[in-house]
Design a protein around this ligand. Sequence first.
Ligand SMILES: C[S@@+](CC[C@H](N)C(=O)[O-])C[C@H]1O[C@@H](n2cnc3c(N)ncnc32)[C@H](O)[C@@H]1O
Length: 299
Amino acid sequence: MRPDLIDPHIVRNSETADLRDSCKSHRERVMQLIESTVSDLSAESNVDQLSSVVLLGAGNCLDVDLIRLARLFQHIHLVDLDVAALSDAVADANSTDNRLQIHAPQDIAEPLLAMMPDDLSTDDTTRLANSLKLLSSENGVADVPESDIVVSLCLFSHLVVTLSVLLTDDNPVYANALKAIRLGHIRRMLSMLRPGGVAIFITEIVSSETAPKLIDVSDSELPELIRELVNDNNFFSGTNPSPLLAELNLLSRLPGGPETVDTIDPWKWQMGDRTYAVYAMRIQKKIPLKEEAAPAADD
Ligand SMILES: C[S@@+](CC[C@H](N)C(=O)[O-])C[C@H]1O[C@@H](n2cnc3c(N)ncnc32)[C@H](O)[C@@H]1O
């Protein structure tokens, strides 16, 4: 992994580590989503406690309550490029519980954090095609077993931030590279799930930096404001829900693809002095149909 691609994320994590209090209502929304999914899956499989959850982009864990999660799962896998942020978050949770397992440093979009601009150049189309194939592949995170729930914690827009260091958005390859990263992210979440498990994709879509109306808008007015902002092209690259839904629809034709996709109403995330609009998608992975027993051969 390239230090110059990793360091901006580590610096940002150290700058935001103290903002836990301001993230309280966002954290509550994320926890409600996880807890309601736990209830649904426990009822479906008739178990008291689920086996495991994977938190992608866990970072400082400002958006989850690790103690509450430790009551719900036997194993909690925390994945990020930033070892120190995860270690501090686990220490702050004051948990000696070995349910919390750190997987870091890990590139969730591998090989994105090791790429050079030449890997995405049209000068060598074979190399470019191979790079796009790798980015869109379903390689999960090594050492993380298939889990009941995988949550992407406002990580996707930060994968796009890394892409923007490699390519400017007017580069002819940018749109395809962005699509490859988004498809790879969804495929990787699905590949880390057991059949019937649920992926919760959570992403910021726009912030008060470009949309100051977010600061005062009520929750009930938020969906309409987001529709307007998307129409005005005022959103973080790659986070428009429409192409994402189209990709999920395509994946639903594959055996390990989504069985159902629910879009969750957006909410606001106050992160220090900036307000973000955030939405989520809840994606349940298909359970393969049991093969019918072959008919007995006639004697
Ligand atoms: C905005 S933060 C998400 C908030 C985080 N859950 C928290 O509470 O601090 C995005 C996280 O994604 C991580 N990240 C960004 N790109 C990554 C990559 N390619 N692989 C793994 N982690 C990545 C960053 O280190 C950061 O912790």
